[in-house]
Design a protein around this ligand. Structure first.
Ligand code: FAD
Length: 290
């Protein structure tokens, strides 16, 4: 099913993000992870890809397992910053063969030293290209705390409009830890007349390695409550796991209370985290979607 249609059926969509394993990884481990995630009946599972199209074949392979074998709708990420039109056509063929109809159209992060695409400058260019190349349903990325390259939150939302004009029908946010940033972002979307559904991206900070990576890469603002959690439990794995799950559960409960159209959980290929948080909010989700 197209994800845009899901939003017509459900008041709040519940989905997971996974990343493809390294080419050397044992596929049976990945298979087990995906099967455990599928048991939680998410509305869909998205699969990330490397910038420059380097991870696309693996993305297609994982998406095929999610869709054809596990019967959960896959959403394949596709980047364009280092891709030519021919590269994207090849990726679209691979994704089509894997049974993918939902694509998250992304520019991708700049890779130092890599040659940038002459064909695609922005995600909106990719969205327009993919739209013209098949009956795909398109998602796009958005940034409650503003994309770091945008001059202002208002300019960021004006550029977001171009993505929607190019054919994106739903949005997934960058991770954030302060729900007020999401609510302020929704106000900006309202003012700009953007009405497509937006899913809030929630990253449970449950491991020391996630903390280091997330803070380093995303540049997300850390409210006092989560800074205290990290400071206190950074070297205590069990407590960090429990506290990180509790923080994400609290964040999600507030977002669903405020009427968010969905939650996209960055589960970092960890079925335990996905299972525990899904269990914590399943009655709320069932009530909203009743
Ligand atoms: P764009 O929409 O092109 O935006 C980038 C910048 O350009 C912004 O400042 C924007 O305001 C501006 N801009 C956009 N359109 C225009 C325009 N027409 N004219 C002028 N300015 C414009 N990266 C990966 O490599 N692989 C992944 O799988 C992946 N998954 C992601 C999933 C989500 C939900 C999110 C939020 C991000 C993901 N990323 C991924 C990271 C993403 O690629 C980066 O954040 C990247 O820097 C921007 O991508 P974008 O698609 O938002 O780009």
């Amino acid at each position: 099913m197209k994800i845009s249609e899901l939003f017509n059926i459900k008041k709040a969509v519940w989905s997971f993000e996974v990343f493809p394993p390294k080419p050397t990884a044992d596929m049976s481990v990945v298979h087990k992870t995906l099967a455990e995630l599928a048991e939680l009946s998410p509305d869909y599972v998205s699969v990330t890809c490397g910038a420059g199209g380097t991870g696309n074949r693996r993305t297609a392979e994982i998406a095929r397992i999610i869709g054809s074998e596990l019967k959960i709708e896959p959403l394949a990420h596709l980047t364009c910053i280092n891709s030519s039109k021919e590269d994207v056509e090849k990726s679209l063929a691979e994704l089509t063969e894997a049974g993918v109809t939902n694509i998250l159209t992304l520019r991708g992060d700049r890779v130092p030293g890599a040659e940038e695409s002459k064909d695609f400058k922005h995600a909106s260019d990719l969205a327009a290209f993919v739209r013209a190349h098949g009956d795909f349903d398109l998602g796009g990325a958005c940034y409650p705390e503003c994309h770091p390259e945008s001059a202002s939150p208002e300019e960021d939302v004006e550029n977001l409009k171009k993505k929607i004009d190019a054919g994106v029908t739903h949005l997934n946010t960058q991770l954030f830890f302060d729900n007020d940033d999401f609510y302020r972002f929704c106000d900006r979307l309202d003012k700009a007349g953007i009405t497509v559904p937006v899913q809030a991206g929630i990253m449970p900070l449950v491991k020391k390695s996630h903390v280091d990576r997330t803070i380093g890469l995303s540049g997300a603002k850390l409210p006092g409550k989560i800074s205290r959690m990290i400071a206190r439990f950074y070297d205590d794995p069990d407590s960090l796991m429990a506290a990180g799950i509790a923080y994400a559960t609290d964040q999600i409960t507030d977002l669903l209370s405020a009427g968010a159209r969905g939650i996209h959980l960055y589960v970092m290929n960890n079925p335990y985290v996905a299972r525990t948080i899904t269990g914590n909010v399943s009655s709320i989700l069932a009530g909203i979607n009743r």
